[in-house]
Design a protein around this ligand. Structure first.
Ligand SMILES: Cc1cc2nc3c(=O)[nH]c(=O)nc-3n(C[C@H](O)[C@H](O)[C@H](O)COP(=O)(O)OP(=O)(O)OC[C@H]3O[C@@H](n4cnc5c(N)ncnc54)[C@H](O)[C@@H]3O)c2cc1C
Length: 436
């Protein structure tokens, strides 16, 4: 039998409630059937139910069980594909519109937290994007680029001295504070969206893995072990957990694992190491990201791999990463560590679109999914319910063949390549510890 429990994590240990939704039993009809209860599927269920559509969502385990309930909790505009690359790929007008979807999504997240009273706080403003010392300063240019090209006026440049006065490390050169970004409790947020969708009329079934489908007819059939949903519209929102459920969708992204750990409480000492409430990440593709929690622990994330090591190995690796930045924390214990899987398309943009009449997909959000899933759900819901065609802006980023789970060895080699390059750059620059 499949284990449907949440993975042991900070989020699972501190979830606000333990409401359950029953497994699907028998045959039911709906306008739309959504496969997957992560933030993509849940936001879509909420959007459609709010428009008066009948919706059934099938989740294999628990709502938010996947990446959506295990992640770093960083919420900010943008996609896994950086904004400069986005601009190169689709030109300024479409890049601005695509980026704009995620700016709007961040506003939607704030609105939904307030409207539905979602207990995912504290919702802490600000993410610091820090440059690495060996790269030299230069992030000021990014602030100007984002203002000139995307009209973003919520970025604040922090020179080296300001970064040093906030973070007790010499790992960083300079930083940009993303003032409109926040960090929050991602599982409580996902579960709050599930509850809101439920209240709006969406029918959610947990422990209801989809094991088969018939999609080539007006009324499609989506099957689980306990029943089936008959619906004119079906949306696949399975993230990196799609497995081999649908040949074309399964091959369009690579399942990539990434990791998070939680330290013991640091008490008063925390402020002398991380002297700001903001989340922090660095500018590498395979970056460190971490945030101080209200109870003085540090939640630290990073690394990617295409296989899941045991929790002790994750804890040891992330602890080494933390000590490389803050060696003064050598005596600090790790309380729990966990991993999650993201779906990465080759082009690093979400997979959003229509496969055939009534068959949709909204997945492949990579490592930047908190706002992008909200954005993707909004455009797919508008397409299904209102015939809106903004989803076509994602068409340049199609279902390119990425070999799905079969690409794991290649993806692992690419990651090791990134790590080697990072190590090579850092090599010339011995690190100096700043005492806490
Ligand atoms: C460790 C980690 C840290 C991250 N940190 C951040 C961060 O700080 N900020 C950020 O923006 N993004 C972050 N991300 C990325 C972000 O979490 C994801 O992009 C986003 O949550 C994807 O949402 P989703 O709904 O597409 O997928 P998921 O949340 O993975 O949900 C997919 C769901 O589909 C279900 N499913 C799959 N197959 C079936 C089936 N056959 N039948 C029924 N259900 C099925 C799964 O059980 C799962 O619950 C992180 C990811 C990880 C793993």
């Amino acid at each position: 039998m499949t284990d449907t429990a949440y993975v042991d994590s900070f989020y699972a240990r501190t979830r606000a409630d333990d409401r359950r939704w029953p497994a699907l039993s028998g045959v039911v009809r709906a306008d739309t059937c959504i496969v997957g209860g992560g933030l993509a599927g849940l936001n879509l269920a909420l959007e459609l139910a709010e428009r008066g559509r009948s919706v059934v969502l099938l989740e294999a385990r628990r709502v938010g069980w996947g990446a959506s309930g295990r992640n770093g909790g960083f919420v900010g505009a943008g996609y896994s594909l950086g904004t400069r690359r986005l601009l190169e790929r689709v030109g300024p007008d479409d890049a601005r519109r695509l980026y704009g979807f995620t700016v709007e999504a961040v506003r939607t997240i704030h609105r939904r937290i307030a409207e539905h009273g979602i207990a995912c706080g504290p919702v802490v403003p600000g993410i610091l994007k820090a440059g690495l010392a060996e790269e030299g300063t230069g992030l000021e240019r990014d602030v100007a680029f984002m203002a000139d090209t995307f009209g973003v006026d919520t970025l604040e440049y922090w020179p080296a001295e300001r970064v040093r006065s906030a973070l007790a490390t010499d790992r960083y050169s300079d930083a940009v504070l993303l003032k409109s970004s926040v960090h929050l409790h991602s599982l409580n947020y996902a579960r709050g969206i599930a509850a809101a969708a439920s209240r709006a009329g969406a029918v959610i079934h947990e422990e209801s893995a989809v094991i088969g489908h018939a999609l080539d007819r007006p009324e499609k059939e989506v099957r689980t072990a306990g029943g089936a949903v008959l619906a004119r519209e079906v949306v696949f929102a399975c993230g990196g957990y799609v497995g081999l459920l649908h040949r074309r969708l399964s091959m369009a992204s690579v399942p990539v694992a990434t990791y998070v750990m939680l330290t013991e409480p640091l008490g008063d000492r925390l402020a002398s190491v991380i002297g700001v409430p903001h989340g922090v990440s660095d500018t590498r593709f395979c970056n460190d990201y971490y945030r101080p929690l209200a109870d003085t622990r540090i939640l630290w994330g990073g690394r990617v791999s295409t296989f899941h090591p045991p929790a002790q190995r994750i804890a040891a690796a992330l602890r080494r990463d933390m000590l490389a930045v803050y060696p003064q924390l050598a005596d600090v214990r790790v309380e729990v560590a966990w991993g999650g899987t993201m779906g990465y398309p080759r082009h690093k943009m979400p997979l959003i679109g229509r496969l055939s009449q009534g068959v949709w997909y909204c997945m492949g959000f990579g490592g930047h999914g908190m706002s992008a899933t909200t954005a993707g759900a909004a455009v797919v819901a508008a397409a299904i319910a209102d015939g809106d065609d903004r989803f076509r802006l994602f068409q340049p980023f199609g279902l390119d063949f990425a070999a799905g789970p079969f690409a794991r060895p290649v993806a692992q080699t690419i990651y090791w390549g990134h790590k080697l390059r990072d190590a090579w750059r850092a090599r010339s620059r011995p690190r100096r510890a700043i005492a806490a």
